[in-house]
Design a protein around this ligand. Structure first.
Ligand code: PEP
Ligand code: MG
Length: 595
């Protein structure tokens, strides 16, 4: 129940608010409200001769902000979420970014704005551009820019000191409008029972960090600050995304029982880490992890991943004006390969364009950006950007086991063009005297229906296939993957999608090409069991999903999964398939499906 118009709530009356489940687990405890609001911004015109002085204030504030963030990065590196120090390091780059300084300087010297005003406008414009992105990850980055702006504004207003970490004398649930990654990363599980924020999504850094720290979290709880007071008792349910204020005694007992059940399941799953991923009858299934940040590479190994099945490298492009250099990319790829060696890593080339970074790629003004100049189409149109990426990948191949994966391939012509560029990159790397692996497999994402339909043609020329069910569903069913209204239509269990998967598996088998799945279907215990029944043996997913999927597959025999898959492929609707699988497996997976 979310109250609509009546903002007045009597203290101690039970209220349940819905948000987004961001990090699993349940917590019961007192609230600690954090004031993370930004300081007010003065709008003052400065005289012509004041420009230099004003910019000196900016430079000094930026220097202080970087120094503070460096301290936070050191603190994070020494703590439980050390792999996430790269997030704080990215902040340091953002705050020191030359183009931000130029933007501020232009406003100060031409518009005669005081530095607070200039910075606030510059940051706001950047954040707005990002927030309009349909890509949830990029939209979320707008908060990062706002955070950086806030840090510098606070310093200009004379508020120094590292991130506003709560000083908790007793364990509490931290409630805030928003938390920066720096603030979240500094929290400890002993002191912070749970985190609740008014904004954020499952892919926000706060959510990623909360999962890394294993702190239950619910984000996107609109207006919770207007309902909750410090010390008020709460239940935070990071499984369902619900926050209950002033719960009754019965509710507390029920939540405690659920918390105990959840801890028992988590403990059990953790013990599974070193157990093999096999079906009940012993057939091995390779479970790998999808990552977006290089720092995640260490964490995925802790979840028992057998390597990285998908590294979405486009998330490295933080500054649309300047994609990372070949050297920066090489160092990043190398660090990821070394973190998981000798296990394999699949690096996907930039899946950019479409609705992402429109200022960098004006051609994505296409009427339908999802169908426009994006991903490999963009890579082939911009070899000056694509070749350095291929060279960086080849150079990294000397440091582990690497495969290259190409997104959004629709025609054989594209694969051939990529192969040609890869050969060029190989020659250039050799000419520059860098070592590289003798053979690097080149595979394609199967996410455009045309690629699945002619998978037999692709199988003759691609070294492997990775099925991206997220986009395959979008393109096969013509449903925008970001549309909430159409979410129920976008089912990977749709017969059309199952047929495309089956065609791909058949073509791969016939040509002895490995076929894997790296879309979200693999992350769902029911979806994973169906995929195994359809012949898949390589599944890649968000690392936190690996223990559940492993446990689920250990409870199903291959014969049973195959029989279920055959019956599923004969169903005529997505609902029919879902019902069939749920009837067969949901009771057995009840503890894993977050009962
Ligand atoms: C997919 O489309 O299924 C996929 C794994 O890629 P992304 O989600 O990055 O588009
Ligand atoms: Mg995709």
């Amino acid at each position: 129940m979310v109250p609509s118009d009546d903002r007045v709530r009597r203290f101690n009356s039970t209220l349940s608010l819905e948000g987004i489940a961001a990090s699993s687990g349940l917590a019961i405890g007192p609230a600690r409200v954090l004031d993370t609001r930004r300081p007010g911004v003065v709008h003052r015109r400065i005289p012509k001769h004041g420009v230099q002085e004003e910019m000196a204030r900016f430079d000094e504030a930026v220097a202080v902000a970087s120094e503070e963030l460096r301290l936070v990065a050191d603190h994070v590196r020494a703590g439980a979420a050390r792999a996430e120090a790269s997030i704080v390091e990215a902040y340091i780059l953002m705050v020191e970014d030359e183009s931000l300084r130029e933007d501020v300087e232009r406003r100060v010297s031409i518009d005669r704005q005081c530095v607070e005003w200039a910075l606030d406008t510059a940051v706001r414009e950047m954040a707005d551009t990002l927030a309009r992105s349909k890509d949830p990850y990029l939209a979320e980055r707008s908060h990062d820019f706002e955070f950086i702006g806030d840090r510098v504004l606070r310093i200009l207003a004379g508020q120094r000191g590292t991130a506003v970490l709560p000083d908790l004398s007793e364990p509490a649930v931290v409630i805030a409008h928003d938390l920066s990654p720096a603030e979240t990363a500094g929290m400890s599980r002993e002191k912070v029972l749970a985190i609740v924020t008014e904004v954020g999504t499952r892919t926000s850094h706060t959510a990623i960090l909360a999962r890394a720290l294993e702190i239950p979290a619910v984000v996107g709880v609109q207006d919770i600050l207007s309902y909750v007071g410090s010390s008020e008792q709460l239940i935070v349910d990071g499984l369902s995304g619900r926050v209950v204020l002033a719960p009754t005694q019965d509710m507390i007992f029920e939540a405690m029982a659920r918390a105990a059940r959840h801890s028992a399941v988590t403990r059990g799953l953790r013990e599974l880490r070193d157990m093999p991923a096999v079906t009940q009858c012993g057939v091995p299934i390779h479970l790998q992890a999808n990552i977006e940040l290089p720092g995640e590479a260490n964490l995925v190994m802790l979840q028992g991943a057998e390597g990285i099945g998908l590294y979405r490298t486009e998330f490295m492009v933080v500054d649309p004006g300047a994609p990372p250099s070949e050297q920066e990319q090489y160092e990043t790829y190398r660090s990821v390969l070394e973190a998981v060696a000798p296990l394999p890593v699949t690096l996907r080339t930039f899946d950019l364009g479409g609705d992402k970074f429109t200022s960098l790629f004006p051609a994505s003004m296409d009427a339908n950006p999802a169908l426009g100049l994006r991903a490999i189409r963009l890579g082939l149109a911009r070899p000056e950007m694509f070749l350095p990426q291929l060279r960086a990948m080849l150079r990294a191949s000397a440091h582990g086991s690497l495969r290259i994966l190409v997104p959004m391939v629709a025609t054989l012509r594209e694969l051939r063009a990529v192969r040609k560029l890869l050969e060029t990159a190989r020659r250039e790397v050799a000419a520059a005297g860098h070592p590289q692996a003798e053979h690097v497999a080149l595979g394609i994402m199967i996410e455009v229906p045309s690629a699945a339909v002619v998978a037999d043609l692709f199988a003759a020329e691609a070294d492997f296939f990775s099925i991206g069910t997220n986009d395959l569903v979008q393109y096969a069913l013509a449903v925008d993957r970001t549309s909430r209204a159409l979410a129920t239509l976008a089912s990977p269990f749709d017969p059309a999608v199952l047929r495309l998967i089956r065609m791909t598996v058949t073509a791969g088998d016939r040509h002895s090409r490995p076929v894997g799945v790296c879309g979200a279907m693999a992350n769902d215990p029911l979806g994973a069991a169906l995929l195994v029944g359809m012949g898949l043996r390589d599944l890649s997913m968000e690392s936190s999903g690996i223990p559940q999927v492993k446990e689920a597959l250990r409870r199903v025999s291959l014969a049973e999964a195959e029989e279920l898959a055959n019956r599923a492929c004969a169903c005529v609707t997505a609902e029919g398939v879902q019902q069939l699988i749920a009837d067969a497996l949901a009771p057995r997976f009840a503890d894993l499906l977050g009962a």
